[in-house]
Design a protein around this ligand. Structure first.
Ligand SMILES: [Zn+2]
Length: 213
């Protein structure tokens, strides 16, 4: 199902050339032989619900002023990262080489394997659990997923809420999984079972084109 990796000039190693690069120190090596087959979607904004500021990039690069907002006390000292961040305007930022292990998932399990940081790509959407996301973000996300699948053997895409149920709730109910599924046209099995038929998708009739393998 994957095109040949050597036909992906948009990549320089694990760095996507179309992304604005903001290098994070929060990463490490993946286990030898890691099969990078999972994309994990998140949502984040700092302070929560405030969009457009530099705080997320500051958090992922250990430059956030913990005293700048009361909420930051809850995350003081956290050293975290994500490979990618998609801003409300659709801008794509990359913090960590996708060949490396970013620190976004925490305690987690999916498709029968735990420690999802080992073998996943983390994508943060600027947003808030329960809030909706911008059309520009879906467009960037779709492009990014396609480009990731050119370089990595992606067979699964899930939310943080799916790989860490009860502990995490992002990206949350405002994220339109049906829209992503329909735009990517990846096999239904790539997506969490609970997202395969949302209310919006269930009201649609059978698609004219069957999903591709
Ligand atoms: Zn998350």
């Amino acid at each position: 199902m994957r095109p040949e990796p050597e036909t992906a000039p948009l990549w320089q190693g694990g760095w996507l050339q179309s992304a604005r690069r903001v290098a994070s120190p929060n990463f490490g090596p993946r286990p030898v032989g890691a099969d990078i087959d999972l994309i994990v979607l998140h949502s984040i904004s700092l302070p929560p619900g405030v969009y457009g500021g530099p705080e997320v990039e500051q958090l992922f690069t250990n430059r956030l002023d913990w005293d700048a907002h009361p909420y930051f006390q809850q995350i003081r000292g956290m050293e975290v990262s994500s490979h990618f961040f998609i801003r409300r305007c659709g801008e794509l930022v990359q913090f960590v080489d996708a060949d490396a292990r970013a620190w976004h998932a925490g305690r987690s399990a999916w498709r029968g394997r735990d420690n999802c940081n080992d073998d996943s790509i983390g994508i943060e959407l600027e947003g808030l659990e329960g809030d909706t996301f911008e059309p520009a973000q879906y467009r960037t996300l779709q492009d990014l997923c396609v480009q990731l699948a050119l370089r990595y053997p992606i067979t699964h895409i899930a939310g943080h809420e799916h790989i860490a149920p009860g502990r995490k709730n992002d990206p949350g109910p405002g994220f339109d999984w049906a829209q992503l599924q329909q735009s990517l046209r990846w096999a239904h099995a790539c997506f969490p079972e609970c997202t395969r038929l949302t209310a919006s998708a269930a009201t649609r009739t059978t698609p004219a084109q069957p999903p591709t393998a």
